[in-house]
Design a protein around this ligand. Structure first.
Ligand SMILES: *[C@@H]1O[C@H](CO)[C@@H](O)[C@H](O)[C@H]1NC(C)=O
Ligand SMILES: *[C@@H]1O[C@H](CO)[C@@H](O)[C@H](O)[C@H]1NC(C)=O
Ligand SMILES: *[C@@H]1O[C@H](CO)[C@@H](O)[C@H](O)[C@H]1NC(C)=O
Ligand SMILES: *[C@@H]1O[C@H](CO)[C@@H](O)[C@H](O)[C@H]1NC(C)=O
Ligand SMILES: *[C@@H]1O[C@H](CO)[C@@H](O)[C@H](O)[C@H]1NC(C)=O
Length: 408
């Protein structure tokens, strides 16, 4: 009897301590199909961890170590979840009906450039870089029919080499590429999704080749924001070395005249442009740096490399002003980033997609992709759903309460 009493007391203590680090879920989330955790600073156990503990910037929160077995177990429980809330607002955005499914299990290599066509239900995306393709070079892309989950490989006419970013605007696909070998340099192309005709609309800056585009966004005036990065050289997709440092170009879509608006000795990667919540006539540009991810002379993730997410206001002609430091990822680095209809930022961040408030910069929560080798790289929005592509394939997040796809 006594030992029973002791063990149930221990169990009660154990649950209490766990529930101190992981707060109990709001009532309507307790019966969700998805697995949730809530890490809230309203619980003092989150601000102060007893004993010793450690986690590097390369490790997701679930990989954290702690000498206290109860805290250690709370960390590892995060690896069992689909959604981790760090803020009440995340519950309101995602809602209790949201689910996440790993709909396509693909190679543990980078998948990129997702574009979701709401009219057809097709998700276009790319397998990027080595070890896939022809020595890393891909002259094909994937097309996922999301209505029956059938996946095919497509080739545009002429082929699109090393597609890296995609946005659908006015029923046309705009895709940026890295180019390949010493044959082709990075380009901005327009692809007609009905005929798969590919037309190059920009391939140089006053005669200088681009390094290799990583991503793009298109603002509500239809102008382009392109991120030119050193990743293609870093992964040996192109044979020339960087002619300049990674640069963001604003391209006036009327004249197709590119102008550099930002340059970094780290690396460029994703970009999101949305109308300012405070003043819809102003575009806000969100730029994560990814100097954290190094390629040469050795390929490694350097926790001292730059990972900061900055927000800027775009002035006439694309000049960036009012720089503000918005966030630094809880873990890993921000890869693809998109702004939802109401401006919330969704960024591939390794262990999952981080959802970030565009004004106060706080990480509201993480949509997880299952742990292990899986990595969330980039996202595409539907109305109340999103698609995540990355290492390990494609995930579908359905039943999201917040409307995600923008209408420009
Ligand atoms: C934390 O972990 C890292 C990586 O394992 C290690 O280099 C560092 O020394 C650890 N720090 C402490 C305080 O244990
Ligand atoms: C999925 O739907 C598309 C378009 O209707 C059709 O062409 C394709 O054969 C279907 N695939 C499967 C596996 O049902
Ligand atoms: C593949 O790329 C590597 C690195 O650039 C190069 O050394 C090698 O020769 C290439 N192999 C082929 C078959 O092109
Ligand atoms: C783009 O170029 C056109 C034609 O020169 C000009 O009228 C327009 O103001 C430019 N747009 C921006 C945002 O600079
Ligand atoms: C997290 O969970 C995944 C999937 O079950 C597993 O492969 C991985 O090893 C786990 N990670 C840790 C650090 O336990």
């Amino acid at each position: 009897m006594r030992s029973y009493a002791v063990s149930s007391l221990l169990l009660a203590h154990h649950c209490l301590a766990l529930s101190q680090y992981l707060s109990s879920l709001p009532t309507e989330f307790q019966s969700s199909h998805a697995k949730w955790a809530w890490v809230s600073y309203e619980s003092p156990a989150v601000a102060v961890i007893p004993g010793s503990f450690n986690r590097t910037a390369l490790q997701a929160p679930h990989e954290g170590d702690a000498s206290d077995p109860i805290v250690r177990e709370a960390f590892s429980q995060l690896n069992e979840t689909d959604f981790v809330a760090y803020d009440q607002r995340f519950f309101h955005l995602i809602g209790p009906d949201a689910t996440i499914d790993h709909v396509q299990e693909l190679a543990y290599q980078t998948h990129e450039a997702p574009c979701f066509d709401q009219a057809t239900g097709n998700l276009f995306f790319a397998e990027w870089g080595p070890p896939g393709g022809d020595n890393g070079t891909h002259d094909w892309q994937y097309l996922l029919n999301t209505r029956n989950n059938s996946l095919q490989k497509i080739k545009t006419d002429p082929p699109t080499y090393n597609a890296h970013g995609c946005v659908i605007y006015d029923s046309q696909m705009y895709v940026v590429t890295d180019g390949y070998e010493d044959v082709e340099t990075g380009q901005l192309v327009r692809i007609d999704p009905n005929t798969w005709r590919h037309e190059t609309i920009l391939n140089n800056y006053h005669g200088q080749p681009f390094l290799g585009f990583n991503d793009l966004d298109i603002d509500s005036d239809g102008n382009f924001w392109l991120t030119d990065s050193k990743s293609a050289f870093g992964r040996d997709l192109i044979e020339f070395s960087n002619p300049t440092n990674p640069t963001i170009y604003f391209v006036n879509s009327t004249t197709m005249r590119p102008r550099p608006v930002h340059i970094t000795t780290g690396n460029t990667n994703g970009i999101a442009v949305s109308r300012s919540q405070a003043d819809p006539s102003v575009h806000t540009v969100y730029l994560p740096d990814t100097g954290f991810s190094e390629f040469k002379p050795v390929s490694r993730k350097n926790p001292l490399g730059d990972r900061a997410l900055f927000a800027y206001d775009a002035a006439e002609g694309g000049v960036l002003k009012n720089a503000r430091f918005l966030n630094n990822p809880i873990a890993w680095f921000y890869d693809g980033i998109r702004a939802s209809k109401n401006g919330y930022l969704f960024a591939g961040a390794g262990d999952g997609v981080d959802v970030i408030d565009p004004v106060d910069g706080l990480t509201l929560g993480t949509i997880r992709v299952g742990g292990g080798e899986n990595v969330a790289v980039s996202v595409a929005f539907g109305k109340n759903e999103l698609w995540i592509v990355g290492r390990g394939g494609v995930w579908h997040v359905n039943g999201v309460k917040e409307e995600l796809a923008r209408d420009w």
